[in-house]
Design a protein around this ligand. Structure first.
Ligand code: MG
Ligand code: ZN
Length: 225
C-alpha cells in the first residue's frame, strides 16, 4: 500500500509546482515583487510584517497575505500597519500551498501593489516543501528558539534567500551562541543574506529594510517599471 501512496504524493507536489508557476507569472506580469516569510510559531513574522509595512508604506505599495490555521489576528495587524491585507485560514493545514495563494491573489488588485509579503503558517517543516510562486523566501528565526535550529531543520534553512534573526535584544538573557547558529546556517546555505535585528527595539531593522527595498526596486527596474 505504501508503494501506491508515493505516486499520489508526487502528483500533488507536481500539481502544486505548476500552480506556483502560474502564480509567479501573474505576479511577474503585474510587477509585484513577493516574499514568503517562513518561521516557527512565535518567532516574530507578524512583528516583522508590521515593522516592514509601517516603515516602507511611504515608498512602496504593500500588501500582505497571512496564512494561519485560524483567526484573522495577523491580517488585522498588517492592515493596521498600513498594508492591504488578506487572511487565509487553512482550516487545520499546517502550511500554505499554491492553490491557497492563488485564491488570495484573486481578491487583490495586483496592479496597485509593489511588494507582497506572504506570511506562511508558523511551522519549520512542510512550508519549505510547498512552492507558492513567490520570488524570494525569508526565514525568520529568533533568539529564544535556540541556536540549534539550523541543525534540526536543515530543509527550511537550505531553501531560503534571506535569514532574519529576530529578538537580538534578548541575547543577554538567553543561551544563544550566535557564532554556532550562523555556522549551522552557513553550512546549509553559504552566503545567505543574514539580518540580526529586533522588531521590539528597532536595532538592525535599517539593513533589513534596505535589502527589501533594493530587491523590490531591482525587480521592477529589470521589468522596465
Ligand atoms: Mg503571525
Ligand atoms: Zn504542512
Amino acid at each position: 500500500m505504501i508503494n501506491e501512496r508515493v505516486p499520489v504524493v508526487e502528483r500533488i507536489l507536481g500539481a502544486n509546482e505548476r500552480l506556483a508557476a502560474d502564480n509567479r507569472a501573474r505576479l511577474d506580469e503585474a510587477g509585484v515583487f513577493s516574499l514568503n516569510f517562513l518561521a516557527s510559531p512565535g518567532a516574530g513574522k507578524t512583528s516583522l510584517v508590521e515593522q516592514t509595512v509601517s516603515r516602507l508604506a511611504g515608498q512602496l505599495r504593500l500588501a500582505v497575505i497571512d496564512g494561519d490555521i485560524a483567526t484573522s489576528l495577523d491580517a488585522d495587524r498588517a492592515a493596521a500597519a498600513g498594508a492591504t491585507a488578506v487572511q487565509i485560514n487553512t482550516g487545520g493545514d499546517c502550511h500554505l500551498d499554491a492553490v491557497m495563494l492563488q485564491g488570495a491573489l484573486d481578491v487583490l488588485d495586483l496592479s496597485a501593489i509593489d511588494l507582497l509579503i506572504v506570511e506562511n503558517v508558523g511551522n519549520l517543516v512542510c512550508p519549505a516543501n510547498f512552492a507558492l510562486g513567490t520570488h524570494r523566501s525569508v526565514l525568520v528565526a529568533s533568539v529564544p528558539e535556540g541556536d540549534d535550529k539550523p541543525y534540526k531543520y536543515p530543509g527550511a534553512y537550505r531553501g531560503v534567500d534571506a535569514l532574519v534573526i529576530n529578538k537580538v535584544d534578548l541575547l543577554p538573557y538567553v543561551d544563544f551562541d550566535m557564532e554556532y547558529f550562523q555556522r549551522g546556517a552557513a553550512a546549509l546555505n553559504p552566503g545567505l543574506a543574514t539580518f540580526p535585528l529586533s522588531c521590539r527595539t528597532g536595532e538592525g531593522l535599517d539593513q533589513w529594510l534596505e535589502w527589501v527595498t533594493n530587491m523590490t526596486r531591482h525587480f521592477k527596474t529589470t521589468r522596465g517599471m
